[in-house]
Design a protein around this ligand. Structure first.
Ligand code: TMP
Length: 207
């Protein structure tokens, strides 16, 4: 099973990926956690470029190609082999992030992005996508107070992050069976409990 986590920066995805991994392992599951961009040697090198705030001049097409290069490598090197082994894969972001950020946020053509994403993922989609929903102002405040890693997207306007959030809601409306919306403004324990209940039902876990 392939589960992706999506949401704005500051929505708490990274913490929740780790918590779900621990919980699934206590249920005897073999779990692989990944993050995008990154997750491979090549992807981690690309991540360093993408998050480097001194590349303020980065063109939107260059940005798109870097995210996609990182993802192509991740799918080939990690996602496909581990899915064949029967592992549960938890990914902190996947192709939906490109639709939300480069498509709805930056305004790149969604039809073109879908074709590109289909090619680099070999048509692979997550079985379940957990969307940690939070409003942009709150997400930003959380990031400022938590001392989280800062990236180039943090320099974008609140309007940009609003477009990204609206984009996510559009994607959810298009494929409601794949997505589950989680209220990320709740406490980390409440969010974790909600996620566990959703995953328990999907994986038919007991206990
Ligand atoms: P994160 O690792 O803290 O989630 O940061 C990744 C940043 O990159 C985040 O701001 C979202 C952005 N991003 C895109 O714009 N497009 C993508 O395809 C991915 C995976 C991430």
């Amino acid at each position: 099973m392939f589960i992706s986590f999506e949401g704005l920066d500051g929505s708490g995805k990274t913490t929740q990926v780790q918590r779900l991994a621990v919980w699934l392992r206590t249920h005897g599951r073999d779990v692989l956690t990944l993050r995008e961009p990154g997750g491979t040697r090549l992807g981690d090198a690309i991540r360093a470029i993408l998050h480097d705030q001194t590349y303020a001049e980065m063109d939107v097409w260059a940005e798109l190609m870097l995210y996609c290069a990182s993802r192509a490598q991740l799918v080939a090197e990690q996602v496909r082999p581990h899915l064949q082994n029967g592992s549960v894969i938890l990914s902190d972001r996947f192709a939906d992030s490109t639709l939300a950020y480069q498509g709805y946020g930056r305004g790149l053509d969604l039809g073109f992005l879908r074709t590109l994403l289909h090619a680099i993922t070999h048509g692979l989609q997550p079985d379940l996508t957990l969307y940690l929903d939070i409003d942009p102002e709150r997400a930003l405040a959380r990031r400022r107070s938590s001392g989280e890693e800062v990236n180039r997207m943090d320099a974008e306007s609140i309007e940009f992050h609003r477009r990204v959030r609206a984009g996510y809601h559009q994607l959810i409306a298009e494929q409601p069976d794949r997505w589950v919306v989680i209220d990320a403004s709740a406490s980390p324990d409440q969010v974790a409990a909600h996620i566990q209940a959703v995953v328990k039902a999907r994986l038919n876990l007991s206990g």
